[in-house]
Write a protein that binds this ligand. Structure first.
Ligand code: PLP
Length: 362
């Protein structure tokens, strides 16, 4: 936590705004809108997953539809497709940003159209804070008139050509879960330049209540709005977001400086015009065996590290879904490792981690 979160919470208690609306919710939304700098409207919600669920619904996804989705991601990117009775078509990554491959995406779109079923949306993810290839991916969305849901859950503070992640999609989503770069313990947001979309998100998130003195409903709603208490934490967190980004980038630079000369260890550089918040510091090792050797050596010293996300097209739960893959994310999953990346790591911590890795690799 930063220094002001408790003050915003105390204010909520003092004024008795203990509800899923109130000054902190509005203040948090305003702070995000201001930070994103791009004339967008923000609806604060109970989670990033809820934001994806509502986003897909607003983009018209329903039972029997298909949605193209980056395979190399956390399951929450894809689960809401199934909540709506639709089916994902998973698309593999390219090697430069580790995000959705423009070539495979276009192939998937064309094959879907040939089979007589155009996908209703594309879910593209800025994984680990690294922007996806915005230009190429959005050109495909435009060419085939398929809206893009931008999963920016891990990329608040990242940007592409000077423009903040979270402002590119027809709808974008953010997450404030406990593990993200800033947190409200649990929370998320739906972002859009289209005010009708963010208004619709608030409407659906508050049980879809029609304008009437009594309770009247013409649509099925959800209870997905953010609490005014948690939004107070969010307001305080927005004040330290830039510090958090700087801390995460410092971790990454330090690891890179001390590990990049090791045989077989590689990092993922930012392409021209890309700025990553470096939410997690990830390395690639030469093989699955080398990856496990490092992971277990760290575990021996009570230091947690984790393999990269297991691709969705390899998950048992999505076994029956269609996928377009060329082995890229499978390879990343087998050789990659997320190193400890907290904003509060000090250089003694990092030195300890680096020393253990060096002792295994050399
Ligand atoms: C965390 C995360 C989500 C889901 O956000 P929650 O707030 O945890 O529901 C979605 N997509 C990605 C890529 C994430 O990392």
């Amino acid at each position: 936590m930063g220094s002001n979160e408790q003050n915003y919470i105390n204010e909520a208690f003092r004024t008795n705004w203990i509800a899923p609306l109130g000054p902190n919710v509005t203040g948090f939304e305003d702070a995000i809108e201001k930070y994103l700098e791009n004339e967008v409207y923000v609806a604060a919600l109970s989670s990033g997953t809820a934001a994806i669920h509502l986003g897909l619904k607003i983009l018209g996804v329903g039972a029997g539809d298909t949605v193209l989705c980056q395979s190399f991601t956390f399951s929450a990117s894809a689960n809401p497709i199934l909540y709506l009775g639709a089916h994902p078509i998973f698309v593999d990554s390219e090697q430069e940003t580790w995000n959705i491959s423009p070539q495979l995406l276009e192939e998937a779109v064309q094959q879907s159209i040939q089979r007589g079923k155009k996908p209703k949306a594309i879910i593209a993810v800025h994984l680990y804070g690294m922007p996806y290839k915005v230009h190429e991916i959005h050109a495909i969305g435009q060419k085939y008139s398929i809206p893009i849901l931008e999963d920016s859950a891990e990329a608040l503070g990242s940007s592409w050509e000077g423009r903040k992640c979270g402002t590119f999609g027809d709808i974008a989503i953010l997450s404030f879960n406990g593990n993200k770069i800033i947190t409200t313990s649990g929370g998320g947001a739906l972002v859009s330049a289209n005010k009708a979309y963010s208004d619709k998100a608030v409407f659906l998130a508050t049980q879809a209540r029609d304008h009437a003195a009594h309770y009247q409903h013409s649509e099925i709603g959800h209870n997905y709005r953010m609490s005014n208490i948690l939004a107070g934490i969010g307001r305080g967190q927005m004040e330290v977001l830039e510090d958090r980004v700087a801390a995460r980038r410092r971790n990454y630079d330090y690891y890179m400086e001390h590990l990049q000369n090791l045989e077989g260890i590689s990092f993922i550089p930012e392409l021209e015009g890309m700025f990553s918040n470096r939410w997690l510091s990830c390395i690639l090792t030469p093989s699955y065996g080398a990856r496990e050797q490092i992971r277990l050596a760290l575990e021996n010293e009570n230091i947690e590290s984790r393999p990269l996300w297991k691709p969705m097209h390899l998950q048992p739960v999505f076994e029956k879904e269609i996928h377009f893959s060329d082995g890229t994310s499978e390879d990343l999953f087998s050789r990659g490792l997320c190193l400890p990346s907290g904003s509060n790591l000090i250089s003694d911590d990092l030195d300890r981690i680096i020393e253990i890795i060096r002792s295994v690799v050399i």
